[in-house]
Design a protein around this ligand. Structure first.
Ligand SMILES: [Fe+2]
Length: 413
């Protein structure tokens, strides 16, 4: 067992015992301990790894799939300490069923905090409401943040370096705080631990029908949507949206759901759009190792407005943030037989522009939208408006939206 973590755990235990293990005191105690004796200053990671691999006297390990991997380095009945490695992990937006604190041991992460308001329970495991981003900031090695169980601490982490390593001091569980909801912005909270085996098996069976090209698939899905309650209907739609869109049957499936559930259903279309956008960006992140590009994608995924976006680029790299963003855009441009892509914006076919010319026109338009100067002479104002809409319907919207003083549409009319 690692001597540093034994000492750290012992210190936390003694302090918590003095306040009779009051649950509300634990986040502050854990945070203070990690700040006073920061693992980032005291742990030699290669030595810790070697010790864990060669020394049998370790705390009992969990079989959880959390972390890549998770090492438990201290464990007593009241709480435990884990070291979490992350290779490409992006956490979902989540709240916690436990409390404590986390500390960045190595690497860096983009940390976002959220609030969920106007919450309405559909079932005990499924809520509708309005999720809003409250703050995003960069966490570097040595930073510590408290974890408070329940809905007052909703967050996500996007790990920027490979690996990123964090230390968590945490209770085993805080049973009074309810489900450990995962949030699907902008409107849903779902319980990832709900044990609905029947829905899981049904989704797997639908996947089988999809893979085998079963002609009954659309009729069965629509019959299910017609029959199922709101919660389970959502999960079936979420599972099937990609294939239904490919089959050209999404509208029919969606209208079936919307007719059945009325105004309550209005929360779902923006949520589906955001699920697809996030999956696409997270999928790209999984294929990209360059830390600068990962940082850029993390901002694209998590930052909703131009000002904080540019501030965070400037904070990390100095210089002119827009120039750095344009450099990344060019480096990440993706050209396939089907089209030209800047992250999740596809060059619009409707402009009828030869694919060889698309990359330079795409970049010229983006440069114009980001800098608000130098109207590109080679692009007509009507084409520019189409390109603006293309960017506005993608993750670029955070950077070209109207929170900047000179980005009004009149500039290109
Ligand atoms: Fe968390």
């Amino acid at each position: 067992m690692n001597a540093y973590f034994s000492e750290l755990g012992g210190m936390v235990y003694e302090r918590w015992k003095k306040v009779d293990f009051a649950p509300e005191a634990f986040p502050d105690i854990a945070t203070a301990a990690l700040d006073e004796r920061p693992p980032a200053d005291r742990i030699n990671l290669p030595e810790l790894v070697r010790e864990f691999l060669l020394e049998d006297a370790q705390p009992a390990q969990s079989t959880s799939g959390f972390g890549q991997p998770e090492l438990i380095v201290y464990d007593i009945p009241r709480f435990y300490i884990q070291v979490l490695f992350w290779m490409d992990g992006t956490t979902d937006i989540h709240q916690h069923g436990f409390s404590g604190a986390f500390h960045v041991l190595e690497g860096s992460s983009l940390h976002s905090l959220f609030e969920f308001e106007d919450s309405q329970s559909i079932t005990s495991h499924f809520r509708i409401g309005n999720l809003s981003l409250k703050a995003t900031h960069l966490l570097e090695a040595g930073d510590t943040r408290p974890i408070v169980s329940g809905p007052h601490c909703i967050h996500s982490l996007f790990h920027l370096d490979t690996p990123s390593v964090s230390v968590v001091i945490r209770t085993h569980s805080d049973p009074a705080c309810g489900p450990q909801f995962t949030y699907l912005p902008p409107h849903l909270a779902v319980d990832p631990l709900q044990n609905d085996g029947l829905t899981l098996r049904r989704k797997q069976l639908l996947d089988l029908l999809e893979q085998t090209g079963d002609p009954e698939y659309p009729d069965i899905v629509i019959a299910m949507i017609r029959e199922l309650d709101f919660e389970r209907g959502f999960f079936i739609l979420q599972n099937c949206i990609g294939h239904l869109q490919n089959l050209g049957l999404w509208d029919e499936a969606w209208e079936t759901f919307a007719r059945k559930h009325g105004p309550l259903a209005e929360a779902l279309p923006p949520t589906f759009e955001e699920i697809i956008r996030r999956d696409r960006i997270a999928g790209m992140r999984g294929m990209i190792g360059d830390p600068d590009h990962r940082f850029f994608l993390a901002l694209m995924l998590n930052v909703e407005n131009r000002k904080p976006f540019l501030e965070m680029v400037g904070q990390r790299y100095g210089g002119a943030p827009v120039d750095k963003i344009l450099q990344w855009a060019e480096e990440l441009m993706h050209i396939t037989e089907g089209g030209t892509w800047l992250i999740d914006a596809e060059f619009p076919d409707e402009l009828g522009i030869d694919q060889n010319d698309q990359p330079s026109i795409f970049m010229d338009a983006l440069r114009y939208f980001l800098n608000h100067t130098n109207l590109p002479a080679n692009i007509s104002s009507s084409d520019l408006e189409v390109l603006r809409n293309t960017f506005a319907c993608s993750s670029w919207n955070a950077l070209i939206a109207s929170d900047s003083p000179s980005s009004s549409a009149s500039g290109i009319a």
